[in-house]
Write a protein that binds this ligand. Structure first.
Ligand SMILES: Cc1cc2nc3c(=O)[nH]c(=O)nc-3n(C[C@H](O)[C@H](O)[C@H](O)COP(=O)(O)OP(=O)(O)OC[C@H]3O[C@@H](n4cnc5c(N)ncnc54)[C@H](O)[C@@H]3O)c2cc1C
Length: 329
């Protein structure tokens, strides 16, 4: 019998979330170890065109569950729509993003079906004769836990967004696509989302941010951090930083990045006065482009940077902000 790693994908404003693509790629690696296929399930309204992207990131099969009532998220709606599809899919392992929406319905299904559910997952592997092995972070990232299910039980694993980053799509890869149109009764949904607003880059969760500007101890104090923040606002980026900056009170504690803070995977990561300690760098491994400004040419961040500038951030930032103001309409 064929084995399936089943991945739940999510879309937002007509696009797949980065966290979903990370799950598909993680599912691909696990499926390759198991000799299994990746079966991705996507729920929504008019989301079928996104199946090609899921295939390009590793899905062998895509089931799209389409219904007008699924245009906006409802935990009751998702449960009604997805439970029968998941039952038919016979997963060997179930993988989903550790997102607010998944947390609203998957735990209910796992209780109903008496399945182990694991959140905050960082890595999923297979050991022995096909036993799932999960590494997850606990105590706010201070510890890591290794979990093994020796009887190859079906496990539902929720992968922390940003923890692995998204690789390049493989052109020419295709998947078998099935569209399911379930009969749903929206009147029976006890919860409804009226509308969702695009994220404000200043307050967006760092794990979802496409651009991040970070400040470290080298910012020298709240005034230096204010300069870093001005640049972030100017380029529509989220503000982040190091644990030291947060410990000093220059940055909100939920905005520091690293092994004990936020794990991020932006397209652009800019670091000002950040040395690049291992604990910080382990939080930015998924970043596509890293730009670093540091006065010390031996700072480790400059080895990680795609563009490294050796200089004083207090001189460079005002010039950068002024030049951007000149070219921004
Ligand atoms: C258990 C544990 C967990 C940790 N977890 C995390 C974590 O999750 N995230 C995290 O960030 N840290 C974490 N840390 C702390 C980490 O080890 C480093 O101490 C921290 O990342 C350093 O922060 P920093 O780069 O801001 O400061 P520093 O290491 O002091 O670096 C400041 C940098 O600024 C440069 N600089 C100074 N002045 C200027 C200037 N005018 N212009 C330009 N550059 C300048 C300096 O050359 C230097 O490279 C953890 C530590 C421990 C022990």
């Amino acid at each position: 019998m064929d084995k399936f790693v089943v991945v739940i994908a999510e879309s937002e404003h007509g696009e797949l979330t980065q966290a979903s693509l990370e799950c598909v790629e993680e599912g691909r690696e696990v499926a390759d170890q198991l000799g299994a296929q990746v079966h991705t399930i996507l729920c929504g309204n008019e989301v079928t065109p996104l199946a090609a992207t899921l295939a390009a990131h590793g899905a062998d099969r895509v089931t799209v569950v389409e219904h007008e009532a699924l245009a906006q998220f409802s935990a009751d709606g998702w449960l009604q729509a997805l439970a029968p599809v998941l039952l038919d899919a016979h997963p060997t392992l179930l993988l989903a993003p550790d997102s607010g929406q998944i947390r609203a319905w998957l735990p209910r299904l796992s209780v109903r079906w008496r399945l182990p559910l694991v959140g905050c997952c960082m890595r999923i592997g297979i050991i022995g004769d096909g036993y799932p092995e999960i590494i997850r972070h606990t105590y706010g990232g201070a510890c890591q836990e290794r979990l093994i299910w020796p009887y190859a039980t079906l496990v539902c694993a929720m992968l922390t967004p940003g923890v692995r980053g998204v690789g390049a799509p493989q052109r020419g890869r295709s998947a078998e696509v099935t569209v399911v149109r379930p009969e749903l009764d929206p009147a029976s949904f006890r919860d409804r989302t009226l509308r969702t607003l695009p994220a404000d880059p200043r307050t967006v969760s760092l794990s979802e941010a496409e651009r991040i500007v970070s400040g470290g101890f080298g910012a020298g104090g709240p005034d230096g951090m204010a300069l870093v923040k001005r640049l972030a606002e100017q380029i529509g980026a989220a503000l982040g930083g190091t644990r030291v900056a947060a410990d000093r009170g220059w940055l909100a504690v939920e905005r520091f990045i690293g092994s004990t803070g936020q794990i991020v995977a932006p397209k652009l990561y800019m670091a000002f006065g950040v040395s690049g300690a291992g604990q910080h760098l382990s939080g930015i491994t998924g970043s596509e482009q890293v730009v670093a400004v540091n006065s010390d040419r031996t700072a480790p961040i400059l080895k990680r940077a795609d563009l490294g500038v050796v200089g004083d951030l207090h001189q460079i930032l005002p010039i950068l902000i002024r030049k951007l103001t000149e070219i921004t309409p």
